[in-house]
Design a protein around this ligand. Sequence first.
Ligand SMILES: C[S@@+](CC[C@H](N)C(=O)[O-])C[C@H]1O[C@@H](n2cnc3c(N)ncnc32)[C@H](O)[C@@H]1O
Length: 209
Amino acid sequence: MGNERGKSLLTKLFTNCAHPRGATGRLMLAMMNFGHAPLTNWGLGCVPFRDGWTVLDVGCGGGRTLQRLLKRSKGAVVHGIDISDESVAKAKKVNAALLNSRVFVRQGTAAELPYADGTFDLVTAVETVYFWPALPRCLGEMKRVLKPGGLFAILIEVTSADSVWTRVVEGMTPYSPEQLKEFLEQAGFRDVSIHRKKPSYAAIIARRP
Ligand SMILES: C[S@@+](CC[C@H](N)C(=O)[O-])C[C@H]1O[C@@H](n2cnc3c(N)ncnc32)[C@H](O)[C@@H]1O
C-alpha cells in the first residue's frame, strides 16, 4: 500500500516531464533547467555552430537551452516552442531580458510547427522526442522548417525501455539512437551521425539535404 502510494506520487511528479502542468510542473521545469545542463552542454558541443544562426528548440521546457544556444552562435536569434502553457511561461520568464528581440517563445506542437518552410539553420530537441506523437510526422515537420543544409540535433539520455524513467514517466516512448537514425533517414534526412557519452547520453545529428 505504502509502495503503491509512493509510486503514484513519483509518477505524478515525473509525468510532468511529458507535459508540465501547475505547481508540480513548475517545479519540474526548474529541476530540468538545471538537471539537463550536462547532457545539453555536451550534446551542443557535437554541433558545428556558426555565428548568426536562426535556431529553433522544440519542446523547449523551461527555456535554459535557448540561453545555451545563444552562447554558441554569436548574434543568433533563437525560437522556443512547447506544447505546455507552463513551459512557455517559464521559458519567457527565464529569457525575459532578450524576449521578442533575440528570443521568441510560443506554444505549439512538434506535429504542426507554426513556422514557414526553410526558416532555421538548426533545430534542437532536448529530452523531448519520447513524448512526440507520430514521430515520423514530427520529423517531417523538423525537416520542413529547416533550411537546405540545416541541422537537426536530438539529445537524449533515455535510450532503452530498461531505463528507470520509463517506469515513472507515463506516456514515454524510448528510442535507441539507431532507431532514431533509421527514422531520420526515412524522413529524408542525410549525414546522420550518432555521438555517445557515458552513462547514456546520445546526440543524433542529421542534415536536411
Ligand atoms: C522532459 S521535458 C524537456 C524540456 C527541455 N527541453 C529541457 O531539456 O529541459 C519535455 C518537454 O517537451 C514538451 N513536449 C512534449 N510533447 C511535445 C510536443 N508534441 N510538442 C512540443 N513540445 C512537447 C513538454 O511539454 C516538456 O516541456
